[in-house]
Write a protein that binds this ligand. Structure first.
Ligand code: URA
Length: 249
């Protein structure tokens, strides 16, 4: 497929628009590939000896690890130490959170991008700056929000997180929500909406309250989507007013 078309479809998928399955091939696990040596070379006519297959990487179940964390600092440390396979292999670091853990509002985005991977904090790049401006427009400053993502590592090549990766990280996120104990969740973008509420389609579900982990959860357009579709900012604004009304109670 043409690279430009693939990149456009990837981006649509990222913001929750349904696209055909075009996921790029997953890179193999670092530890699974052994360096080739001269002894591997065989005469052209020789029948290749079948090699035993590398067992597929199986991450540890995060649930007991997450449950052991009694504080947010312990949870952060547990995530930092966790082997998430290609995710933690390919990322510079785990990205946990930013903002005020005591805030009423917990923002849940999709996954770190390049800027977040470098900084080690969620939503610090261009879309994060727009997110801050959007929240600022309804009077929410840095102290009023606590921000994290569904996935704690930047996926290789910025691809969408795969379902099994969302499942792998889910116990960490559930524990994160439990420990931060917010009053309201903001689900930023289609991936966050489907991962947390099990609902697909941000275009038709943005601004519609969901229930997630017994909390009210509002899906909104991802700011990266709004940067490309500024004509949707009016709808985004109405969603933000909805959020403000809920927070004011
Ligand atoms: N997009 C997200 O969903 N999360 C980030 O942290 C950055 C960009």
């Amino acid at each position: 497929m043409d690279a430009a078309l693939r990149s456009l479809l990837d981006w649509y998928a990222q913001v929750g628009v349904d696209v055909p399955d075009i996921a790029p091939a997953r890179p193999s696990r670092k530890s699974a590939s052994k360096p080739r040596t001269m002894r591997d070379a065989k005469p052209a006519a020789a029948k290749p000896t079948p090699k035993p297959r590398e067992p597929a990487f199986k991450p540890l179940d995060a649930a007991p690890i997450a449950a052991k964390a009694k504080t947010l600092d312990e949870l952060r440390a547990a995530i930092n130490a966790y082997d998430a396979g290609v995710l933690s292999d390919g990322a510079r670091q785990a990205v946990f959170s930013r903002g005020n853990p005591a805030a009423d509002l917990m923002v849940i985005g999709e996954a770190p991008g390049r800027d977040e991977d470098i900084a080690g904090e969620p939503f610090v790049g261009r879309s994060g700056q727009l997110l801050d401006r959007m929240l600022g427009a309804i009077g929410l400053g840095a102290d009023d929000v606590y921000v994290t993502n569904v996935i704690n590592w930047r996926p290789p090549n910025n691809r969408n997180p795969e379902d099994h990766e969302i499942e792998m990280c889910r116990p960490f996120l559930n524990r994160h929500i439990e420990l931060a104990a917010p009053k309201v969740l903001l689900l930023v973008g289609g991936v966050s909406l489907s991962a947390m509420a099990g609902v697909t389609g941000i275009m038709k579900n943005h601004g519609q309250w969901q229930e997630v982990n017994n909390l009210p959860a509002l899906p909104i357009y991802h700011p990266a989507f709004l940067l490309r579709r500024p004509e949707l900012k009016k709808e985004a604004w109405l969603d933000l007013l909805e959020l403000r009304a809920k927070l004011i109670g």
